[in-house]
Design a protein around this ligand. Sequence first.
Ligand code: SF4
Length: 236
Amino acid sequence: MPLFSVNLKVAAEDERASRMKVEVSPTLCDGYEPLPGALSLPIDELRVATFDDVFRLMGSEEELGARRLFLDLRGFTEQELSRLIVYLAPVLYRWTGEDFVVVLPDQVDAKDYLPPFADLLRSLELRSRGIRIISCPTCARCRTDFPEMVRSIEDRLEQMETPLDVAVMGCEVNGPGEARAADIGIAFGDQKGMLFKKGEKVRVVTIEEAADVLLAEIDVMAKEAAQAAQEAASEA
Ligand code: SF4
């Protein structure tokens, strides 16, 4: 049975701001035997086993402070799992516990379902590891075909643990705002784009060189972040 857990170590004061700084990572683990039965609510556990459970938690006005959020998804089809990720966002946003445990149905491959859950946690800023790609859906304003480039960047950055926001946007009208707000970003015009780093314009890149330039810059930023963390640790 595929199963992974994410541990969010909550700071003593249980502030959301503190949780956002905690490093967590989904880890595959064996030997965890979930309790049998449908919804049960021991004092330290919220259990989701059906869409009804999700909707009940979404509509609840109570604090969602149980230590563990347990998703028993063995009864879900693959299509329902994709929908569930969307519905879980407001529940996760309010939940203030520390263990997020998921049991996936036997027919799905955990490798396919870890990234969407990790992305959800990251987008809610519950997970501070890894790259978050912000990319526009493109529209009539877009004059550069870049979605394939974004997919290749995502693949190449999958293992990176440094928390960075990377924006890749399709036009020079609305793109620069997002690109400027991210740690690093590109706002494309016609087959070329402006590269922004920490809110500042850096240079113009062509679509052909954009992926390599972004990856090289991200590599530099990751090394700088690692060095800063090391210096902070040695000063502590
Ligand atoms: S950023 Fe530009 S190209 Fe992308 S969706 Fe918005 S308006 Fe369209």
